[in-house]
Ligand binder design. Structure first.
Ligand SMILES: NC(=O)c1ccc[n+]([C@@H]2O[C@H](COP(=O)([O-])OP(=O)(O)OC[C@H]3O[C@@H](n4cnc5c(N)ncnc54)[C@H](O)[C@@H]3O)[C@@H](O)[C@H]2O)c1
Length: 251
């Protein structure tokens, strides 16, 4: 088992690739703290694993600082230790180019996709530094974190921000044995698009023009990468932006 007895926090663990990451980490022997907004959906994880004694469910909203602090208060009290963080929770915008981005949309997307990981990473690093042990952070960005045309302005800005934050963490804390890597998925078969409404027709058209004939990925294909990056098998990989998009970016 690649992650035996490691303590891992996964945000957005109730659905999509986060769910597969939670289940794969349990399979690999980790103790997993899974968070997400919807308590009922999160509770559904219990029916998907035989390792419930190693699964802890904490509902909450990553865009609320007090919720993130609550997760870490639990972790400190229960375990006093943390080995792995996966910042997976994230939401799409509606593909709006900047001329049509409202302050409300900008703030919402940045709050979930960048503020949340900022708070989570800061708490995690502070804890890991005290532990004086190696730690691993994995931030799920997007193809929209390295290319301008994959979504609207707010989403792309949030994911570029996450890539930059992650690389800074990777460089700053490499001497302390803390690694921080970025997964940039291409299109993956999850629920993320189901929350979009009033999709911007021009923005959508422009995004689709860039989508070539590449298959959609499955959540488990991202979870397998997240297992590798959390494990000692990737011990020399730090600050890397790893694209998993079936070749779309290679076009
Ligand atoms: N699916 C794709 O095609 C795709 C492509 C590139 C990047 N991504 C990124 O991958 C990550 C996971 O996306 P997914 O496709 O699995 O999405 P999904 O919508 O299927 O699942 C997202 C998970 O995050 C949780 N979540 C959303 N907002 C939250 C909040 N404010 N607080 C706490 N939890 C919250 C949801 O409850 C859910 O558990 C996101 O960061 C997304 O931007 C997805």
């Amino acid at each position: 088992m690649l992650l035996k007895d490691k303590i891992a926090l996964v945000t957005g663990g109730s659905a999509g690739m986060g769910k597969n990451i939670v289940l794969s980490y349990l399979q690999e022997g980790a103790i997993v703290i899974a968070t997400a907004r919807r308590a009922e959906k999160l509770e559904g994880l219990r029916n998907c694993t035989e390792h419930n004694e190693r699964l802890f469910l904490l509902p909450g909203d990553v865009s609320k600082k007090s919720d993130v602090e609550g997760w870490f208060a639990f972790i400190k009290e229960k375990f006093g230790h943390l080995d792995i963080v996966v910042n997976n929770a994230g939401i799409m915008d509606n593909m709006e180019p900047i001329a049509d981005v409202t302050d409300e949309v900008w703030e919402k997307i940045l709050a979930v996709n960048l503020n949340g990981p900022f708070w989570t990473c800061r708490e995690a690093i502070q804890l890991m530094l005290k532990q004086n042990t190696n730690g691993v952070l994995i931030n799920v960005a997007s193809g929209g974190g390295i290319g301008g045309g994959r979504s609207g302005a707010a989403y792309v800005a949030s994911k570029f921000g996450l890539v930059g934050l992650s690389r800074n963490i990777a460089y700053m804390y490499a001497p302390q044995g803390i690694r921080c890597n970025i997964i940039c998925p291409g299109a993956v078969n999850t629920e993320i698009g189901s929350h979009m409404n009033n999709v911007h027709p021009y923005g959508m058209k422009r995004v689709q023009e860039g989508v070539k004939n590449i298959r959609i990925g499955e959540p488990q294909e991202i979870a397998d990468l997240a297992v590798y990056l959390a494990s000692d098998k990737s011990s020399f990989i730090n600050g890397a932006t790893i694209v998993a998009d079936g070749g779309k970016g290679a076009w």
